[in-house]
Ligand binder design. Structure first.
Ligand SMILES: NC(=O)C1=CN([C@@H]2O[C@H](COP(=O)(O)OP(=O)(O)OC[C@H]3O[C@@H](n4cnc5c(N)ncnc54)[C@H](O)[C@@H]3O)[C@@H](O)[C@H]2O)C=CC1
Length: 340
């Protein structure tokens, strides 16, 4: 029996099985991107993430958690029938992924329909994406972000910048073409370097005036044309807080949908403990301060935004769990605990 179990659960077999299904899914997605007919066919049995003017549709479970409603094309067509609208809207969906069961996933903006009617018929509420980031807790967050960004890209790239003529999407929504100039446009992300700066025992966090009260985050900056990650990091740290970078390591990356679409390269950065005097550029940041390990640990323990009373010093609050700034802070705390 034990031998049988060992044979069945050999880790290399499990990995091989799951990775071959991954390969099959990725190849399926490539085919759907390139073949309009196949993509339309996949849409017939596909899953839909609905948005209303770019706000995703969320559903509250009886346990009070938020999730994405499981809507298929047939369901939406039923809603369109009830509203007396044409099924043509469904074709505007863009391809964003594929489930493990090989169901293609699409996002669709139903902003042309009455919001409250769709909410009633689908059983959910359209919630601003920034707020949704705090409400959703599962692995679906990157998919919701991707769905929104791709829809936004199509809504804002309807014309060719060379000819001024309209551009036309392929069925999957992976590109737009101008038949007049021949240009093909692909969705773009702007590269950003984000760093958690440490002097060895404390970490530096900054806030912009537009952040909610008490919220501080890792420092971030867009890459200038032609810059390397290191050049952007050195420049941003010097510009924003007047410090000199000593060393850094790339820790991860993520796509970030706000305010447009950024590709965040996340780094742990070190400055010299002998030179930690911060001089904030107030054109970029409202404040930047060093925080102790204890202060950061307390902020990580908060389950919801603190109630900051007027006049009292605000309680530190960190970006949502999914944000890479949050993950950088968690990683830094783990490093501190491991080394001290
Ligand atoms: N995922 C995360 O954990 C975090 C993400 N971020 C994101 O990082 C990005 C950069 O952060 P900040 O510099 O604080 O943002 P910011 O939005 O304050 O941008 C700073 C300046 O960069 C310029 N800019 C805007 N868009 C640009 C673009 N596409 N290319 C080049 N320059 C541009 C503008 O002059 C803007 O005033 C933002 O998209 C922000 O949302 C920031 C902190 C945490």
């Amino acid at each position: 029996m034990l031998k049988l179990l060992r044979t069945l659960f050999r880790p290399e077999l499990v990995l091989r099985r799951s990775s071959s299904s991954y390969v099959a899914r990725m190849r399926y997605l490539t085919r759907l991107r390139e073949d309009d007919e196949a993509c339309l066919e996949a849409l017939r049995s596909g899953r839909l993430l609905l948005y209303h003017r770019l706000a995703p549709l969320l559903q509250k479970t009886p346990a009070g958690l938020f999730q994405l409603p499981n809507i298929c094309t047939n369901d939406l067509e039923g809603v369109l029938d009830k509203l007396g609208k044409s099924h043509a809207l469904v074709k505007e969906a863009v391809l964003i992924g594929c489930t493990e069961k090989h169901e293609a996933q699409f996002s669709l903006d139903v902003g042309s329909l009455e919001q409250s009617e769709v909410e009633r018929l689908c059983g959910g509420a359209f919630i601003d994406l920034r707020k949704a980031f705090f409400l959703l807790t599962g692995p679906e967050v990157p998919l919701v972000a991707r769905g929104q960004t791709l829809l936004r890209w199509h809504q804002t790239n309807g014309f060719c910048s060379a000819s001024g003529h309209p551009t036309f999407r392929n069925q999957s929504g992976s590109q737009r073409i101008c038949h007049s100039s021949g240009h093909t446009y692909y969705p773009k992300m702007a590269p950003v370097v984000i760093a958690l700066i440490s002097d060895g025992s404390r970490c530096l966090l900054g806030r912009q005036a537009t952040f909610p009260s008490g919220m501080y985050s890792a420092l971030a900056g867009f890459c200038d044309m032609g810059e390397t990650i290191e050049e952007t990091l050195r420049r941003e740290i010097a510009e924003e807080v007047g410090l000199e970078l000593m060393s850094f390591r790339v820790s991860g990356s993520q796509h970030w949908p706000f305010p447009q679409s950024s590709f965040m390269v996340a780094c742990q950065a070190l400055v010299s403990p002998d030179n930690t005097q911060v001089s904030v550029d107030h054109a970029e940041l409202e404040d930047a301060r060093w925080f102790s390990l204890q202060e950061v640990q307390e902020a990580l323990r908060l389950k919801k935004p603190p109630r900051n009373h007027q006049g009292a010093p605000p309680t530190l609050w960190l970006p949502p769990r999914y944000a890479i700034a949050h993950q950088l802070v968690v990683e830094w705390v783990q490093q501190q605990l491991a080394t001290h």
